[in-house]
Structure formats: structure tokens, C-alpha cells
Design a binder for this molecule. Structure first.
Ligand code: UDP
Ligand code: MG
Length: 304
């Protein structure tokens, strides 16, 4: 018999997709169990991230009708990353291995088998990596790929084209539990855990119902969060600009140019930007020192 697998799915207002997602995941679980790839007491855990629709009611009903479904209800909406972390940290003691994925099943669940194969080969972390983005709108594709490029440029190492579809062994989850940061950007900190890791390719499909919970505004916030929680490159960049401006100033002085008024405005602007960036990091220090809980579990329904 195989190891105990827990599939963790964060859900925010997913009443439209949940029944179908549950059905497909259940089928997948049954197949994996009958093939002997995973243990019979493996579970599908839906994490309700403070949805205002009937998501939690649907999860509770799924659980009552079939013990393969478990549910975690968060006390309020904390965002995708925190919801996912809540799920993973809650299942640590029950699972030998976990796989996280989105509720809309945009990530092809066919890759689960290959992820498990890699796990049994001895890998602790298996990243699901998108092989193509044909189904995304041009804008989404462009902004997402630009995001990875920008992150790399700014010194935040992340796995290219990997979202949060990944397998993690128990000890990898325990490793993740050691990270105490509040500004959570899982994709950035999971490579820091270490252990043997590999990737598995899959094709990303369309959301089959409901709409994306990541509009542009959230994506920009997410990118900003990713960069400022992983790297201090922006601070250094400000330093570079400062040095260049100083040099220009010196050259201008030597050349005898008198642009007093415009340079006052210009330097004033630069200073404001610099203060803004420093403020961003100060804000992070402030939040970290508070050591607020990253999530609070209201209820965990699980049959064991
Ligand atoms: N999600 C969440 N909390 C939020 C926003 C989203 O748990 O505040 C979940 C959502 O239910 C889904 C996953 O995060 O399972 C990814 O969201 P979505 O599919 O809307 O993002 P996209 O695929 O468009 O990037
Ligand atoms: Mg999606």
C-alpha cells in the first residue's frame, strides 16, 4: 500500500466549481488508491478562505457524504497564500505527502500521477510547471511571464512558470513550518527549504466555471509582495540611481550649467521614491516583529 496523500485546495468563493472539482478529484483519488499508489485513508482537503458564498456549506456536505473529503474553515479571508499555508500546516501530522492545487482545476490533475512517481523515486518537492499558456488571455500571459522575468532580475529566485501546484513530502512541509515570515510568498520560500526537488510539466487549461480571483490589482500587489519579501534589490537600485545623479551633478558643475531650480525638484522626487522604498521595508519589519498569527483555523473536519 502507498503513502497517505493529502490534496490541499484553497477555495475562495468557489461554489460554482466545487462540485465538479470534488467529483474529478474523487475519481483521481479512487484510481490512485486502486492502483496502490496511495493509502486508502488519503484525503482531499478544501480550505475555505472566508468565502461569503456557500463554499463552506458545500464542503461540509461533501464531507458528510464521503469521508475522502475534509474541510478547513478559516476565520476570515486571508488570501490564497495564507489559505494554502493553513491547509498544508494543518495536514502535516496526518499526511505522508501533500499536493496543493487550485480549486478551478486549471492545473491538469493528470500530473498528480507523475508527481507521485517522482516522490517515490525519492524527491521531496515536485514543482508542477506549465508547458504552455495558450488558454490564458494575451494580457494574462504577458503579465505573468513578465512577472517571472522581473522577479529574477530583482534577485528573487523562483521556479519559472510554476504556480502553487506542487507536491511536498512530510519533511518538506515540516521544513516550511520553520519559516516564520508573515509576508508570505510561498513560491519564493519553498526553494529555500532544500532537499531533492524536481519538476513535472503539465498543460494549463481554462477555468471551467467562475472567474479569476486574481484581477490585475491583486496581481500587482502579489508581484510587489514577492519582490519586497524576497529581495532587497530595489534598495540597491535606488543607491545606483543616487550615485548616477551625483555623478551627473558633478559633471554639470564642471561644465558650468546652472539648473538650480529643476534639479531641486528632480532630487526632491528621487528622495521621495527612496523614502517610499525604505518605508516598505520598515513596514515589513514592523509586521514581522508583531509576529501575528498567519491564519486562524475555525474548524477542521476530518475523519481518521
Ligand atoms: N483563492 C483563495 N483566497 C483568495 C483568492 C483566491 O483561497 O483570496 C484561491 C482560489 O479559490 C483558487 C486559487 O486561490 O483556488 C487561485 O485563484 P484563481 O484561480 O482565481 O487565480 P488565477 O488562476 O486566475 O491566477
Ligand atoms: Mg485559476
Amino acid at each position: 500500500m502507498g503513502d497517505i496523500l493529502y490534496i490541499v485546495v484553497p477555495c475562495y468563493k468557489e461554489e460554482e466549481v466545487l462540485p465538479e472539482t470534488a467529483k474529478r478529484l474523487k475519481e483521481k483519488m479512487d484510481n490512485l488508491i486502486s492502483e496502490g499508489k496511495i493509502a486508502e485513508n488519503s484525503r482531499i482537503v478544501f480550505v475555505n478562505d472566508g468565502s461569503t458564498d456557500s463554499t463552506w456549506e458545500i464542503i461540509k456536505e461533501l464531507h458528510i457524504n464521503d469521508k475522502v473529503f475534509s474541510g478547513i474553515n478559516l476565520s476570515r479571508n486571508r488570501g490564497h497564500q495564507n489559505a494554502l499555508l493553513a491547509g498544508l500546516m494543518t495536514v502535516i501530522e496526518y499526511a505522508d505527502v501533500s499536493i496543493s492545487m487550485d480549486a478551478d482545476l486549471q492545473d491538469d490533475i493528470g500530473a498528480v500521477d507523475r508527481m507521485l512517481d517522482k516522490y517515490y523515486e525519492g524527491f521531496d518537492i515536485v514543482y508542477g510547471v506549465r508547458s504552455r499558456r495558450d488558454t490564458d488571455t494575451f494580457f494574462k500571459k504577458f503579465s505573468a511571464e513578465g512577472f517571472y522575468k522581473l522577479m529574477e532580475l530583482l534577485g528573487a529566485k523562483i521556479v519559472f512558470n510554476h504556480a502553487d501546484y506542487r507536491l511536498m513530502s512530510k519533511r518538506a512541509l515540516q521544513g516550511l513550518g520553520e519559516f516564520r515570515e508573515v509576508n508570505l510568498f510561498l513560491r519564493g520560500i519553498i526553494p529555500m527549504i532544500g532537499y531533492k526537488s524536481t519538476t513535472v510539466e503539465y498543460e494549463r487549461g481554462e477555468r471551467f466555471a467562475g472567474e479569476s480571483k486574481y484581477p490585475l490589482k491583486k496581481m500587482i500587489t502579489f508581484a510587489f509582495e514577492g519582490i519586497t519579501s524576497l529581495s532587497i534589490a530595489p534598495i540597491r537600485f535606488i543607491g545606483t540611481i543616487g550615485a548616477i545623479l551625483m555623478l551627473i551633478g558633478i559633471i554639470m558643475l564642471i561644465a558650468g550649467v546652472g539648473l538650480i531650480l529643476s534639479s531641486v525638484w528632480f532630487i526632491g522626487g528621487i528622495q521621495l521614491i527612496a523614502i517610499r522604498v525604505i518605508g516598505e521595508y520598515l513596514g515589513k519589519i514592523y509586521l514581522e516583529t508583531k509576529a501575528r498569527p498567519r491564519f486562524i483555523v475555525d474548524e477542521f473536519i476530518n475523519e481518521n
